[in-house]
Design a protein around this ligand. Sequence first.
Ligand SMILES: [Zn+2]
Length: 213
Amino acid sequence: MAHNNRKPKMLLYTLKDFQKQFPDDATCLEWLRNYLYPDGIFCEKCEAVTKHHRVKSRPSYSCDHCGHHVHPTAGTIFHKSPTALTTWFYAIYLMAQTRCGISAKQIQRETGVTYKTAWRMFKQIRSMLSDDKSGPIGGKNSKVEMDETYCGSRTKGTRGRGTDKTPVIGMVQRKGQVRAVVAADVKADTLNGLIREHVLPKSVVFNRYVPFL
Ligand SMILES: [Zn+2]
């Protein structure tokens, strides 16, 4: 049998992948619904998990039995925002992809919203992505991807390893949370330490650079 030596492809979640996964607001809302209610929506009135259908005129779902409405955006950073979900998701994609920090100005440029809106989105997404209070990510058999980015001055020159820029290690749980931490260096010991600190045992960790564990 041929030795399977392929690089984990899922590390490279490109703009094309993003656009394919989130083509419109309805898809984003559906994603949010599945993320928030993986076991189905609990209807407060029926006091049970019931079938719900999408309300066409509003970003909400309605209970098939009693008609009670549920808004998946309630309590999230998208709540009551006039900005389209696709725009929000795209800004999140940009910020999660560029751990060195994308500016509010760049979000304005990329999404076409006003600077005021871009700044508000920037602040809310940043606080969401850097929520370290929720502890380590991953878990039994869940897949966590790891990679490194180098942050620092924007001067041209050497890229990647070997620069004197600060390495930032990103840890992304597939379809889940993100952790980005500044590392002293990118030696195997350091990276393994970060994994022990930020990733739950029994997770499957993919790393682009280090053959470890
Ligand atoms: Zn109901």
